[in-house]
Design a protein around this ligand. Structure first.
Ligand code: ZN
Length: 161
């Protein structure tokens, strides 16, 4: 078993134990006495815990793990920099910025149920811990804006002396 997974899993178990008294081990669920609550727990634990390393669930009690995994197709690149979480009240998949969460910054939480553009815009910002696009770290030193400005000026026929 992957080491990170083991760590995340044991952390999760600790969290569960704090909330509920320890229950039967997962392997014992196979017997025919299943009550509703243990069914739900078993389902949640099936979602891969590795992606939640560094997420302090106790600080975001309005969020939980999504009840289902990514749909078909590869997940968006924004999940390299943020957690895929479930907004309990809104019943939607949300994206929680890893950097903002780990640095205890307000915000950084976006509805990605239909579109990921809000989360992408958040990641693009030229500020500490951010500045990413689909290709990775954005090089803000590139004089792209200057170049396009020059093209604009020349296009308008303004003489440059
Ligand atoms: Zn952020």
């Amino acid at each position: 078993m992957n080491k990170n997974l083991t760590v995340a899993f044991s952390r999760r178990v600790q969290l569960e134990n704090r909330r509920n008294p320890p229950q039967k081990p997962k392997s014992a669920l196979a017997d025919n006495t299943t009550d509703d609550t243990s069914d739900v727990d078993a389902e949640i634990l099936e979602v891969d815990d590795r992606q939640y390393v560094g997420l302090d669930w106790l600080r975001v009690t309005h969020l939980s793990k999504p009840p289902y995994e990514h749909r078909r197709g590869s997940p968006s690149w924004i999940f390299d920099y943020g957690y895929r979480v479930w907004h309990i009240r809104k019943q939607k998949v949300y994206w929680l910025c890893m950097w903002c969460h780990q640095h205890k910054r307000a915000g950084g939480e976006y509805d990605v149920d239909k579109a990921t553009s809000a989360a992408q815009n958040h990641l693009k910002a030229n500020k500490p811990g951010h500045g990413y696009n689909i290709k990775g770290k954005i090089n803000f030193q590139l004089p792209e804006n200057q170049k396009s400005l020059l093209v604009n000026i020349q296009g308008k026929g303004v003489g440059i002396s």
